[in-house]
Structures are given as C-alpha cells and as structure tokens.
Design a protein around this ligand. Structure first.
Ligand code: 8YV
Length: 316
C-alpha cells in the first residue's frame, strides 16, 4: 500500500527515491494546493522552511505525520501538531559535528579576514606582497562565548578547547557536563557579551531567543568582538546589527543564517565589508546530508505505519 505524501520544496533525488519506494508523493504545487489535493495526504515532508501551522494541518484531515529534514523546527507549529495528535520528526544529533565545524569555519574566516583577503588576492590591486595588510585577530587563546550550550554548542566548545580558548556559555540552564568536560563557565548573557572575543549563537529560535541580540546586547560587546550566527536569523535583530557593524560597536560578524532568508538584494547588510554571509550551509556536507535524508525518511515511514518515530520532537 502506497501512502499519500506531500513534500514542500523539491527534496534531493535520493530522498524522492526513498520516499517513492513506499509512498505516492506529490510536490507542493506552485500557487499552493487545493483542498482536494490535500484531503488524502497522510504524510507531510518539509525540506525547506515552509511555515506549517494548524490551518494547513486542518486541511489535511488524514495527516498522521510531519517529517522535517533538519533539526530546527521553528517553521513548524509543533504545539498545533501536538494538539492534533500529529507527531513531528526531525534530524537531531547527526548534524552536530557539521554545524559545529561551520561555526568554527565562520569564526576563523572572520577573525583572519579570509573573504576580504580572497577578494583582494584576486583583484588587480594585489601587485606585491605586503606584510602590513589585513591583520586579523587570534582565535587561539581568546575567549569564546557560546550562546546555546545544547548538543551543537557542546561540540563547538570541544573545538574551542582545542584552540586553547577560555569557554564561557549562556543557556536556559547550566550544563554541568560541559563544565566538567571542557571547563566551560556559565555566565549571564550580559557578562558573556562583555567578556567574549567571539560570540557564537548555537541556540534554537524560540519565543525566548527571537531578537535575543539587539542594540543593547551588541552595545555590550567588545569593539573588537566578532559575532557568529549559525542558529537562525531571527535570533539577531538585523537592523541593530547593521548599525553596530557600521558604527564599529563590534568588529565584524559572520552569519550562516538571516531573516528573511535570503535577505532582499538591497538589504544594507549586503553592502558591508565587515560581515561574512553564508547561504545556510551549517549542515551541508555530503555525509551529513545523507544521514539527514535517511533519518527524515525513516521518521516519515514510521509515522505513516503508525509506529513511534525514531526522532520525534517533544512538545512541552
Ligand atoms: C538544515 C538547519 O540544512 O537542521 C537545521 O535546523 O538549519 C539546517 O542545517 C535545514 O534545516 C534544511 O532545510
């Protein structure tokens, strides 16, 4: 029996193949589906970050599972799903290493002016080697402030320990394992911002973390500090970030995520030199993408078969 499944966006070929083995799938049609399209759907697969709320769920009276490709489910109203008895699956743990690697990649790239340096090295202006240019900041031996000491934050801390960094962190609650294993010190948000050379955002986007970093918080950071965001764009107030970068309240930022994503092409952030922007590559390695594909398809099929999902989002 082939389960009727709808997918948002266009998943990678291997995902479509795996889902196609057991399901009759349709892609979210341009202009949106009709009630008739949605009525038979039993499984909904989210590949990008399409908003999925109760109203959409209600248009799928046969819906039995929502499976998300990715760990962050801020685009899915998990409360609405729980109220309707629909389990939501995601892909935790398997992307911790890749996302932590990306955090460090951005941190180092910003610290050592890699993108500006690349542009310069390719340009006609680079006519002779000059030891006086683009002096960066040292990552090793510096202080990192990790906001969000969850599973990804913990791996970032591990990487930071290898750079002999002093590790500060802020989290909803202290993480004694990270403290014992890595010597990470719990700090209030304000203290962390004031003391860190690098601040990394590794928290989920929730009501509590939306706009967590605004004008006041940026104002607390060191003028030499670098802000790295691999969480969600909504954790930073982008207007405040533009001002802070323009006025030199912080040295630079490196962000893998923005809100909206992508930013409008005339957004002032895109015109600044002291920011690096990546197109949401946190978990984008071949190996991790394959694991995410498998886990998200396993969640989908389990839900359709009425079994517990291998990775189900818990709702408080
Ligand atoms: C995913 C992510 O690639 O897992 C997440 O929460 O942000 C990314 O690493 C993305 O969600 C897939 O659309």
């Amino acid at each position: 029996m082939a389960y009727p499944v709808m997918m948002s966006d266009t998943p990678a070929d291997n995902i479509i193949r795996m889902i196609g083995d057991q399901c009759d799938w349709t892609l979210w049609p341009e202009g949106g589906p009709s009630d008739e399209d949605l009525a038979p759907i039993e499984g909904f697969y989210t590949y990008g970050h399409m908003k999925v709320k109760g109203e959409l769920m209600d248009r799928m009276p046969n819906l039995r599972v929502i499976s998300n490709f990715g760990v962050g489910v801020d685009h899915i109203n998990t409360r609405d799903a729980a109220d309707r008895g629909i389990p939501v699956g995601n892909t935790p743990d398997i992307l911790n290493g890749a996302t932590a690697d990306m955090t460090i990649t951005l941190l180092l790239a910003a610290a050592r002016n890699l993108v500006i340096g690349d542009h310069y090295a390719r340009s006609a202006a680079f006519t002779s080697y000059d030891p006086n240019i683009l002096h960066g900041q040292e990552a090793h031996g510096s202080t990192i402030g990790i906001i969000g000491m969850g599973k990804i934050g913990r791996v970032v801390a591990k990487r930071a320990a290898a750079f002999d960094m002093t590790i500060l962190y802020h989290n909803r609650r202290p993480n004694p394992e990270a403290e014992a294993e890595l010597g990470a010190e719990y700090h209030s948000l304000d203290d962390l911002l004031q003391e860190s050379d690098f601040v990394t955002l590794n928290c989920p986007l929730t009501e509590e973390t939306r706009n967590l970093i605004g004008a006041r918080e940026l104002g607390l950071m060191k003028e030499t500090a670098i802000l790295v965001n691999v969480a969600r764009g909504g954790v930073i107030n982008h207007d405040a970030l533009v001002v802070a970068l323009k006025e030199g309240q912080i040295a630079s930022a490196a962000v893998d995520v923005t809100e909206p994503e992508p930013l409008p092409r005339n957004h002032p952030l895109l015109a600044l030199e002291n920011v690096i922007i990546a197109p949401h590559l946190g978990s984008a390695t071949r190996q991790t993408r394959e694991k995410m594909a498998q886990m998200s398809v396993d969640n989908l099929i389990a839900g359709l078969a009425g079994k517990p999902l291998p990775a189900q989002v818990s709702v408080n």
